[in-house]
Design a binder for this molecule. Structure first.
Ligand SMILES: Cc1cc2nc3c(=O)[nH]c(=O)nc-3n(C[C@H](O)[C@H](O)[C@H](O)COP(=O)(O)OP(=O)(O)OC[C@H]3O[C@@H](n4cnc5c(N)ncnc54)[C@H](O)[C@@H]3O)c2cc1C
Length: 406
């Protein structure tokens, strides 16, 4: 009998599966695609490394020879500011990795399988009924439908947003519709021109809401993407590849860095990725990672939130299955949202310009810079840091005023 059915084998699904199977539960992961498969979301935060360690997956990730990452660098015209995770306020890992997700996600799900989880590929969840004592889930493989009656369902289906769609939990995001054009390039960047151990976030010279990411991998390739509103993207015409290079040319320093680069996979586009839900849990189910909410790619928060939600949900389920009374709202949704709200404040501050003023302020108190660095490293659940939680937005705005006045 299946204890937990997990929809999707991305980072949140694998992490939940590894924890639960490791505790002896019968875990079935049903994944729509065949692995390895491409996914966007390649720059990890330092905090995610600790979660991988707790799940017993770190050794396998280290053996994957991914690009070491020790921080983030921000560039706007002649302004440059870098944050080294080693200088962060919170205790914890000073580094992480930049990963090709096809390989990374495959390693994680294989680790979950080693702990006893069962995974079946090319199976799509198409229906769920949560009105009875147990959830009744329908999956489809080819033309064959199967009915499952697990004790609990975790939706880890990412942008597939399976349960939000099937149970009408989808709610509009607080953020305007933005789009990303992205690709992998053989970057051919001359050694020394660029710190490959950091994600580079470049800001458009005049339109400061438009930004680029450059995430180097260990094989000489980089992930490259440009984020802007749908309206800004619409000004550039042609194929996706032509539009991408026109957008790169808008940021002269990025264009210079990529002067010898060429694409190694087709340019992709995602429009309107921000999403949220009315509730993170319900009778017999909970939502993990992107299936619940996605804010914005700018601080590379997606995989960290995905993993955090998975480890929290696994712990909740373990207690619940042991007969303990658990409250999913106060013990799962609310503590998780403490960190999500931190990132929400930072994303809001990024697009209204206040956070950019903080990031580039060169007379910053070192202690405050360390607190901002902690958030950029993913330590958003550290309640000792005043720039975390529901009041982080207010504090960030006050800090920006000080930076602007000086
Ligand atoms: C432009 C952009 C850039 C980003 N950059 C970063 C970054 O640098 N760093 C970062 O941490 N995050 C980044 N993210 C976010 C990151 O991609 C996601 O947060 C992360 O992949 C979420 O993990 P997940 O496990 O929730 O879902 P996913 O990784 O999306 O995995 C979900 C899995 O579920 C499967 N699935 C879907 N529907 C079904 C179904 N009905 N039945 C069965 N299986 C199903 C899918 O095939 C998929 O394999 C970025 C996002 C965007 C849009």
């Amino acid at each position: 009998m299946v204890d937990v059915l997990i929809i999707g084998a991305g980072p949140s699904g694998s992490m939940a599966a590894a924890h639960l199977a490791g505790k002896g539960y019968d875990v079935l992961v049903l994944e729509k695609q065949i692995f390895p498969r491409f996914s966007i979301g390649e720059s990890l935060l330092a905090n995610s490394l600790e979660m991988l360690d707790e799940a017993g997956m770190l050794e396998a990730v280290v053996a994957g020879s991914f690009q070491y990452k020790n921080g983030a660098a921000f560039v706007h015209n002649d302004r440059y500011s870098e944050f080294n995770f080693a200088e962060k306020f919170s205790a914890g890992s000073p580094f992480t990795f930049q990963v090709q997700r096809a390989q990374f996600d495959h390693i994680l799900i294989n680790e979950a399988v080693k702990r006893g989880a069962k995974v079946v590929y090319e199976v799509e969840i198409t229906a769920i009924d949560v009105s009875g004592e147990r959830p009744v889930v329908t999956s489809k493989k080819g033309d064959e439908l199967t009915i499952h009656k697990p004790r609990f369902v975790l939706d880890a289906s990412g942008f597939g947003r399976t349960l939000p769609r099937l149970l009408n939990l989808d709610r509009p995001s607080d953020f305007p519709v933005r789009a990303a054009l992205f690709v992998h390039v053989k970057d051919n960047i001359v050694a020394g021109e660029f710190d490959r151990q950091k994600i580079r976030v470049g800001i458009h010279p005049t339109e400061t809401h438009v930004w680029s990411w450059l995430i180097p991998f260990s094989n000489g390739n980089s992930s490259l993407g440009i984020v802007a509103t749908r309206e800004f993207h619409a000004k550039f015409k042609g194929t996706n590849e032509e539009r991408l290079w026109q957008l790169i040319a808008e940021e002269p320093k990025l264009k210079q860095l990529l002067k010898n680069a060429h694409t190694v996979r087709p340019v992709g586009e995602i429009v309107g990725y921000a999403a949220k839900v009315s509730s993170l849990h319900g009778p017999g189910y909970a939502l993990l990672g992107n299936a619940a909410e996605f804010l914005d790619p700018v601080f590379s928060s997606g995989v960290t939130i995905a993993m955090k939600s998975a480890s929290m949900a696994a712990e909740m389920l373990d207690r619940q299955f042991k007969g303990e009374r658990v409250d999913w709202q106060s013990e799962f949704a609310e503590p998780l949202s403490y960190g999500v709200e931190t990132f929400r404040s930072f994303v809001t501050g990024w697009y209204d310009g206040s956070l950019q003023d903080v990031i580039f302020y060169d007379k910053q108190e070192p202690s405050i810079r360390r607190m901002v660095c902690s958030v950029l490293a993913g330590y958003v659940w550290d309640q000792k840091n005043p720039y975390t939680g529901p009041r982080s937005g207010q504090r960030l705005r006050a800090l920006a005023q000080i930076c602007r006045a000086n």
